[in-house]
Structures are given as C-alpha cells and as structure tokens.
Design a protein around this ligand. Structure first.
Ligand SMILES: N[C@@H](CCC(=O)N[C@@H](CS)C(=O)NCC(=O)O)C(=O)O
Length: 240
C-alpha cells in the first residue's frame, strides 16, 4: 500500500492536499502521516525543509511507490497525482468535459487567485520596500480578490444551493475552494453575507468527515480570526 507524508502549515493551501489524503485514507486506499510547519516561525526556510522544496513552500508530498521514494511539490501536481493514483477515491471527475471544468477551477485558483491576488495581500513587503507602497500593493490585491469572488460566485452552478459540488460530485476543487473561503473570511471579505452559492458549497464541503478531520488535525476552523499583524518589515509573514 502506498504511504505518504504531507508537509503542511495549518490553514495554508496545503489543506487541500490534506483533505484529499484523508479521503483516500477513509476509502482504505492508502495511509499518510503529516509534518507540521509554522510559517510565521520560518519553518519553511529551515535547511531540512529547503532540501525537500528549495522554493520554501508547502505543500510537499513524500511518497513511497513500488519501493521508490519520491518528493512532489506544487498543489496542483500533488492533487493530480493523488487523484490519478487512487481513481477509486474519485477525487477528480472521469468524464472529459467535467474533468476540464475541474482543471479550469484549479488552474484559476492556483494562479489568478492565489499567486496573483492573495500574494499581494499576504506578502506586500515582497513587492515594495516603502510602507506606503506596501499598503498600495495590499489594496491592489484586495481589489483583485473582490473581483475574483464575484467571478467565482457567478460561475458556481445554481445546483450548489441545494445539492452538488462545484463540478458535480465532491472533488479536489471543493477541497481547494474551502481553503480560499476560509482565507476570504479571515481577511474580512465576509463571504457568508455576499456569496450564497459559495457559502452553501462550503457548508456542504465542511459536512464531509474527511474535511472535518483535516481541519481538526490542523487545529483550524472556518471562523478563526486573523492574528494581529506585526509592523511591516521586509520579511513580514502571514498566518494563512
Ligand atoms: N505555487 C505553490 C505555492 C505554494 C505556497 O505559496 N504556499 C504558501 C502557503 S499557502 C507557503 O508555503 N508560503 C510560505 C512562504 O512563501 O514563505 C503551490 O501552488 O503549491
């Protein structure tokens, strides 16, 4: 049986892979262990972690497969690997048009929403030195996110209000979307008051045992407040 180890930070984007692994474990398909990193403490820059991922990012997945050890980085690669290794877990749709929709969601979330918009909000000091310019970067990220949330809400099918997930059955898209919903709440976008489809989808996702287990293991909740931020410095870190 394949065995995995996920390197994650509580509430970070790695939560999507954690949920996927929990789905796989509950289906009796494979087991996994976890290693927790604390981003505000700089664990991602420790030499032993950089040896696994020189980019200094979670998630990282280590696996043993057919006697071989492997290391995989990048959310989308990890989600795809897990879904294709364990088709019985049905983590991605099999039907081509549905699968393409899933990839449409995953690629937009990883690039426009995470890498483009949220990075400006999380790490403005990586874009500008001057505190005034950093505030401008953060507000640019917030404006992008506001646009993204409207786009997201309008693209979710009406059926998510009553049943269904983003692309029909539960998939890793929903595991990834709930990470962003939690971040949206923490960063003051109040999605529960503005986006009924995304909120209904989130509640349905949160009702899954795998999702509740991954949240509990990481010690996070949908309603966790954002801790007070330290004064801006060039190395300011966010708590996901
Ligand atoms: N492109 C990477 C981005 C991963 C990423 O940005 N992870 C964040 C947590 S959500 C991280 O590890 N940040 C630590 C840092 O940038 O120092 C992916 O999609 O896996």
């Amino acid at each position: 049986m394949t065995h995995y180890r996920l390197y994650y930070a509580p509430g970070a984007c790695s939560l999507a892979a954690h949920i996927a692994l929990e789905e796989i474990r509950r289906a009796g398909l494979a087991d996994y262990a976890t290693t927790r990193l604390l981003l505000p403490s700089g664990d991602q820059r420790r030499p032993e972690f950089l040896a696994l991922n020189p980019r200094g990012h979670v998630p990282v997945l280590r696996y043993r497969l057919d006697g071989q050890e492997g290391v995989l980085t990048e959310n989308l690669a990890i989600l795809q690997f897990l879904a294709s290794r364990h088709p019985q877990a049905r983590l991605l749709p099999a039907e081509p048009a549905r699968a393409a929709q899933a990839w449409e969601w995953l690629s937009w979330l990883a690039t426009d929403v995470h890498a483009h918009a949220f990075m400006q909000v999380f790490y403005p000091a990586r874009y500008a030195q001057d505190p005034g310019a950093q505030a401008a970067v953060e507000s640019s990220g917030r404006a992008l996110l506001k646009r993204d949330w409207s786009d997201l809400e309008s693209r979710l099918p009406e059926q998510v209000l009553e049943a269904d997930f983003s692309v029909g059955r539960f998939s890793v898209v929903d595991a990834y979307l709930i990470v962003f919903y939690r971040w949206a709440k923490r960063y003051g976008f109040a999605p529960e008051h503005q986006y009924p489809r995304w909120t209904a989808l989130t509640q349905r996702t949160l009702a899954r045992d795998s999702v509740r287990q991954a949240f509990a293991d990481e010690g996070v909740n949908l309603d966790d407040p954002l801790p007070a931020r330290p004064a801006p410095t060039p190395f300011r870190e966010h708590a996901a």
